[in-house]
Design a protein around this ligand. Structure first.
Ligand code: PHE
Length: 348
């Protein structure tokens, strides 16, 4: 056998062996370079053809050509196989197994205070009130001055205020929206304004941020009884039953006369002297209110000789706690969702 033929067989054998080990396209490419690259084993053989004695050249040439063809065909075939396998693997990885049990998901829900806010807003909208808004960063002018609380007025101490360096403040109540709404819409007017308010207060029953809803009605010949009827209508609708209520004389610079509204204790209706909600008094304070002071109507650029009205400010956090049986104010703000997912009345 001529020397050259042995080499051809050796290259063929070593190619076939290597091919068996190729698992990836990269490995396959390395094999391709090793045999058919510029300095590949097959390439070198082809180059050395010329050095063969003439009579061997033809046969060896044919044999080498057919080896090259079969190497190329094998490389092509194995490449296709590896690509198919890789695609299949990828597909398997990405396939969704619809029989796997789900991880479960937690349902989102409104915060009890937001729920309360929406419920009361709905009731008030049913009575013809529109929702108004005002900024949380407020000017002294709207938060105090226009509400009949000049800078020397002792009532400014009632509301410990967060001030910004530029003299603006975090509104201490939603009442500045009374003024903003009168200036914007004029009379007659019926608005509510739910929103966050801020005071320097922080203990078991006070949070530095809490939620109020302001109400304002301005019209001709508004009587005290309209205010009383509106309040009981709202409270009965909200608690889903008829509750006893009472007015207590109080003081706000922006209403005259001023009142605080108490409702019958939703927990014990006054029958439990150890009641943890009303502490045995039988009554719960829920809102401040009164007939709008003429100075405030005037600050809203409405003629107090022609129009009068009433306003109220209701504590939404308090209302949420009463309706949903939440005992500690701080639970509303500390973000502990599991408490609300488990036991409280609103979760039923
Ligand atoms: N703004 C008062 C408060 O925050 C509540 C109030 C509103 C009282 C409207 C009377 C009328 O305490």
């Amino acid at each position: 056998m001529p020397e050259q033929e042995l080499n051809i067989n050796a290259v063929r054998d070593s190619f076939n062996e290597s091919l068996k080990t190729a698992r990836t396209l990269q490995e396959l490419d390395d094999i391709r370079v090793r045999f058919t690259g510029k300095k590949g084993e097959l390439t070198l053989l082809l180059r050395s053809l010329g050095k063969l004695p003439k009579e061997q050249r033809k046969d060896a040439g044919q044999e080498l050509n057919s080896l090259r063809d079969s190497i190329e065909a094998e490389l092509e075939k194995t490449g296709r196989k590896i690509r198919d396998e890789e695609n299949e693997k990828q597909e398997l990885n990405q396939r969704i197994d619809v029989t796997l049990p789900s991880k479960g998901r937690t349902m989102g829900a409104f915060h009890p205070v937001m729920q309360t806010m929406h419920e009361i807003a709905n009731i008030m909208q049913g009575l013809g009130y529109s929702v108004a808004e005002g900024p949380e960063q407020e000017e002294e002018f709207y938060n105090f001055e226009c509400l009949n609380i000049p800078s020397w007025h002792p009532a400014r101490d009632m509301q410990d205020t967060f001030y910004f360096p530029d003299g603006t403040l975090l509104r201490t109540h939603t009442s500045p929206v009374q003024i903003r709404s009168m200036l914007k819409y004029g009379a007659p007017l019926r608005i509510i304004c739910p929103g966050k308010v801020y005071r320097r207060d922080n203990d078991t029953t006070h949070s530095p941020m809490f939620n109020q809803m302001e109400g304002l009605l301005v019209d001709k010949d508004v009587s005290f009884s309209v205010m009383k009827g509106t309040m009981s209508e709202m409270l009965n609708a909200f608690f889903g039953r008829s509750l006893k209520s009472r007015f207590r004389a109080s003081y706000f610079p922006f209403t005259e006369p001023s009142m605080e509204l108490d409702i019958e204790c939703v927990e014990c209706s006054g029958h439990d002297e150890h009641c943890r909600v009303c502490h045995g008094t039988g009554w719960l304070e829920v809102a401040g209110m009164g007939m709008v002071h003429p100075n405030v109507i005037r600050a809203g650029k409405i003629d107090p000789d022609e129009y009068n009205g009433f306003a109220f400010g209701i504590g939404l956090d308090r209302m949420a706690m009463l309706k949903y049986g939440i005992s500690d104010l701080r639970l509303l703000f500390d973000g502990n969702v599991s408490y609300f997912m488990s036991g409280f009345k609103g979760a039923e």
